[in-house]
Ligand binder design. Structure first.
Ligand code: FNR
Length: 362
C-alpha cells in the first residue's frame, strides 16, 4: 500500500517512522525524560493566535530575508542535527544540496556523519558550522580551521550541552551510533557494538563541562568567523552573550533533548528579544511545524527559525527531495500566512499581528 503524498510536515514524521528502524526513529523523535518540553515546544505555538489585518494589498508576497548579510529565500534555515546517514546513505550531503536548492542556510552539526569537506564540495549552499568544545581545545581549533578553510560562513556554539540530556528511548534501545566523522582519529572512544553506552562516553569526551563565558574570548581569538550562540533561554544569558561579543543568539532548548521542563522556546523568545534590544539578531528553534509557527516567531521578534526534526524526517522519507519538500512546504504555508494576515513582506510582520495567551481580548 502506497503512502499518500504528505501534505504537511507532521505527515513526514509518520513516513519517517515507517522508513526507519525503531532505534533510529526513536533517536530522532525523542526528547529528555518525561518529554514535557518536547510537547510544550509544539503546543505553546498553538496558544498564540493572530490579529490578522484585512484589505492590505497582498498580491505580491516577498518571503526573503537576510541573516548575517546572507540573503535567503525565507526566514527558515536548517538546524544542526546529528548523523544524517542514519536517515539516508547520502547523509548531510543530501541535506546541504536541498538547502542549496531552496536557497537557504544549513547549519552542519558537530556530530555529522558526512565530513566538513564532503559537505562543502557537494554544493554551494551557505553553511554554518555548529561547534561543541571538548577538553582538548585543539580539537575545536582544528574543526574551526577546517570549517573556515572550506568556506563555512559562521560558527554556531551550542552552549546547552555540558553533558548529554537523559533520553530514555536511547537508553532502552541501547542506541549505538556511528563514529563522529569529523573527529576520526581525534577522540579515544571506540564504537562498541553491544553496550550502547558509547553515545554518553563520546559525549563526555566531545563536550567539556567546564566550558564557561570566558572561553568565548578564546573562541573569538582563534577565528574571524562570526559566532552565534545556541541554547539561550533567559534574559540574563542573552545580555551576557551580547557582552562577550556574539554575532547572534539562537533561542533554543535543543529540541527538548537536554533539560526537561525547560520552557517552550516560543514562550521565552520575547524575554530575550527585549533584553537584547536589537543589538544582535535573534533566531529561534523548537517545535516549528507550520508556516503559522514561522510567522509567530517573527512577530515575537525572531529574524528566522531553524528546523530540526522535520528536516531529518524528510531525509528519511525521501532523501534530498524529501528535505526540499519539507522546506518548500513550510515556505508555502508561511507565504499563505503572510497573505492572510496582511503582510506583503517579512518587514511588515509586527508584534501586533499576534496575541499571546496572557493578552486580554478587549
Ligand atoms: C538535535 N539538535 C542538535 N543541536 C546541536 O547543536 N547539535 C547537534 O548535534 C544536535 N543534534 C540533534 C539531533 C537530533 C536528532 C535532534 C532532533 C536535535 C538540536 C537541534 O539543533 C534543534 O535545536 C532542535 O532540533 C529544534 O527543534 P525541532 O525543530 O526538532 O523541534
Amino acid at each position: 500500500q502506497m503512502a499518500a503524498e504528505p501534505v504537511n510536515l507532521n505527515e513526514f514524521q509518520e513516513l519517517a517512522r515507517l522508513a526507519l528502524p525503531k532505534m533510529y526513529y526513536d533517536f530522532y523523535a525523542g526528547g529528555a525524560e518525561d518529554e514535557h518540553t518536547l510537547k510544550e515546544n509544539v503546543e505553546a505555538f498553538h496558544r498564540i493566535t493572530f490579529r490578522p489585518r484585512i484589505l492590505v494589498d497582498v498580491s505580491r508576497i516577498d518571503l526573503s530575508t537576510t541573516i548575517l548579510d546572507y540573503k535567503i529565500s525565507a526566514p527558515i534555515i536548517i538546524a544542526p542535527t546529528a548523523w544524517h546517514k542514519l536517515a539516508n546513505p547520502e547523509g548531510e550531503v543530501a541535506t546541504a544540496r536541498a538547502a542549496a536548492s531552496c536557497n537557504t542556510i544549513m547549519v552542519l552539526s558537530f556530530t555529522s556523519s558526512s565530513s566538513i569537506e564532503d559537505v562543502a564540495a557537494s554544493c554551494n549552499a551557505v553553511c554554518f558550522y555548529q561547534l561543541y568544545v571538548s577538553k582538548k581545545r585543539d580539537i575545536a581549533a582544528t574543526l574551526v580551521q577546517r570549517a573556515e578553510r572550506n568556506g563555512f560562513k559562521a560558527l554556531v556554539l551550542t552552549a546547552d550541552t555540558p553533558r548529554l540530556g537523559r533520553r530514555e528511548a536511547d537508553i532502552k534501545n541501547k542506541m549505538i551510533k556511528p563514529q563522529l566523522k569529523n573527529l576520526e582519529g581525534l577522540l579515544s572512544t571506540k564504537v562498541s557494538s553491544d553496550t550502547g553506552l558509547n553515545l554518553e562516553a563520546d559525549a563526555r569526551e566531545a563536550m567539556d563541562a567546564s566550558l564557561s563565558w570566558k572561553d568565548l574570548e578564546w573562541l573569538r581569538s582563534i577565528t574571524n568567523l562570526p559566532i552565534l550562540i545556541k541554547g539561550i533561554l533567559t534574559r540574563e544569558d542573552a545580555i551576557k552573550a551580547v557582552e562577550v561579543g556574539v554575532a547572534g543568539i539562537i533561542v533554543s532548548n535543543h529540541g527538548a533533548r537536554q533539560l526537561d521542563y525547560s520552557p517552550a522556546t516560543i514562550s521565552v523568545l520575547e524575554e530575550v528579544v527585549h533584553a537584547v534590544k536589537g543589538r544582535v539578531p535573534i533566531l529561534m528553534d523548537g517545535g516549528v511545524r507550520r508556516g503559522t509557527d514561522v510567522f509567530k516567531a517573527l512577530a515575537l521578534g525572531a529574524q528566522a527559525v531553524l528546523i530540526g526534526r522535520p528536516v531529518v524526517y524528510g531525509l528519511a522519507a525521501k532523501g534530498e527531495y524529501g528535505v526540499r519538500c519539507v522546506i518548500e512546504m513550510l515556505k508555502d504555508e508561511f507565504e499563505l500566512t503572510m497573505a492572510l494576515t496582511g503582510c506583503p513582506s517579512v518587514k511588515h510582520i509586527t508584534r501586533n499581528h499576534v496575541r499571546t495567551e496572557h493578552e486580554r481580548i478587549h
